[in-house]
Write a protein that binds this ligand. Structure first.
Ligand code: CP
Length: 316
């Protein structure tokens, strides 16, 4: 890849801030880093001398680990801060915490926070780049980008597809970011789940809404299964998990309503036996572990676009 155009953004806060050209630029760059990550030596000097801080106020396995690996494979100095062992435990505010970190001159702060809008709040007040690693119910842009990376690799396009997003859409920042991304490329997005787990304004997002699984899976190219977020379920959204699984769970029987070539995605972590059956999760149509692998390459691409020298090639 030669003479890439400079990325037009200082931060990555949500998908709606990107246009399709920006998204393609990230995905094309991620293709280079995907190959780097499959080499025997999975490291390039691209971000030598740069500093990335991962600041996670919520639990994470995939996002946090892949941002750490992404920074390290680019030769950046990477620091991980867990709120459980930081001065957040002593009552330090978000603003004081990020100002403290800024004083140590990072180039990028990656933040996950339970409050929607927290990364925007930080971006308005700090001079370094901010990456949203998931904020409340609002957005998870790097997840949508890695999902798009896998869909483009598997299906050859992001346009003209039907993407069915199943389950707890109401509490899902992944669903919102993916809906924005796929619609930006002219794909159709469907939400399906019990009414109590669908956002009240779902139709206004431009998606088709279904309350039965089979018609929502008909003609789908992508079946994106969401985790039932038991930690965010307040009150009786569901009669029971067993009832949910019987009606909306993706298993070999329910998946028969989708075309045989449809791929099955899940952002993880999965509740096996609730929203997805183990035979599907581990079966030939599942791309769940491909999504995890793509997460490192896509996050390398994002760190490179935000902190790399404009006009340089992404890998040596
Ligand atoms: N998909 C995702 O965000 O997973 P983690 O919570 O493990 O980061």
């Amino acid at each position: 890849m030669s003479a890439p155009r400079p990325f037009r953004h200082r931060h990555l806060l949500d998908i709606s801030g990107l246009d399709p050209r920006d998204i393609v630029q990230v995905l094309d760059t991620a293709e280079v880093f995907f190959e780097v990550s499959r080499r025997p030596v999975r490291k390039v000097p691209t971000l030598r001398g740069k500093t990335v801080i991962n600041l996670f106020y919520e639990a994470s396995t995939r996002t946090r680990t892949s941002f750490e690996l992404a920074g390290k494979r680019l030769s950046a100095d990477v620091v991980n801060i867990s709120t459980a062992t930081s001065s957040v435990k002593k009552g330090e505010t978000l603003l004081d915490t990020v100002r403290t970190l800024e004083a140590m001159r990072p180039d990028v702060v990656v933040v996950r926070h339970p409050a929607s809008g927290a990364p925007h709040f930080i971006a308005d007040r700090l001079s370094c780049s901010i990456v949203n690693a998931g904020d409340g119910l609002h957005a998870h842009p790097t997840q949508a980008l890695l999902d798009a990376f896998i869909v483009r690799r598997r299906l050859g396009t992001l346009s003209g597809l039907t993407v069915t997003i199943c389950g707890d859409v109401k509490h899902s920042r992944v669903a919102r970011s993916n809906a924005e991304l796929f619609q930006a490329f002219g794909s159709k997005v469907r939400f399906v789940g019990p009414r109590t787990l669908l956002p009240p304004n779902a139709e206004s997002l431009g998606v088709e809404v279904f309350d039965r699984l089979a018609p929502a899976l008909e003609g789908a190219n992508v079946v994106m299964v969401l985790r039932i977020q038991q930690e965010r379920l307040e009150g009786a959204h569901l009669p029971s998990l067993r009832e949910y699984s019987r009606t909306f769970g993706i298993n070999e029987r329910t998946l028969a309503a989708a075309p045989p070539e449809a791929i099955v995605m899940h952002p993880g972590p999965m509740n096996r036996g609730v929203e997805i059956d183990a035979k599907v999760a581990d079966g030939p149509r599942s791309v769940v572990l491909d999504q995890v692998e793509a997460g490192v390459a896509v996050r390398m691409a994002i760190l490179y676009q935000l902190a790399g020298e404009a006009g340089t090639a992404p890998a040596a």
